[in-house]
Design a protein around this ligand. Structure first.
Ligand SMILES: [Zn+2]
Length: 92
C-alpha cells in the first residue's frame, strides 16, 4: 500500500471514531434526560376509550357520557353534544 492511502484511511478511521464518540455522548445525554422512572404516564383511572357513548337524538351523533349534556322531557332523559341540540330537544 502507498503511504498516502494509509494516511487517508487513518484520517477516515479517526473521523468515524470521533463521530461514533459524539453519537455515544449524545445518546447518553438523551438517556439521562429520559430516565426510565422519570417519565411516568399519569394514571387517571378512567380512560375515554372505555367510556360509554350516548346518542344525541337531535343530530344523531355519539357523545362520551361524561362530556354529554343531559336533559329530561316527558320522563325521558336524553344526552346531547351541545346546548344547541339540548334546546332543540326541549323545544320539541
Ligand atoms: Zn348534537
Amino acid at each position: 500500500m502507498k503511504p498516502v492511502i494509509i494516511l487517508i484511511l487513518v484520517f477516515f478511521a479517526v473521523r468515524l471514531l470521533k463521530k461514533n464518540l459524539q453519537k455515544k455522548a449524545a445518546s447518553m445525554g438523551a438517556a439521562e434526560a429520559h430516565k426510565p422512572g422519570g417519565s411516568r404516564i399519569p394514571n387517571k383511572g378512567a380512560e375515554p376509550r372505555g367510556e360509554e357513548m350516548v346518542l344525541d337524538p337531535v343530530c344523531g351523533s355519539y357523545v362520551p357520557e361524561s362530556s354529554a349534556l343531559s336533559a329530561s322531557r316527558d320522563g325521558k332523559t336524553a344526552h346531547f353534544c351541545s346546548t344547541e341540540c339540548r334546546d332543540k330537544f326541549l323545544k320539541g
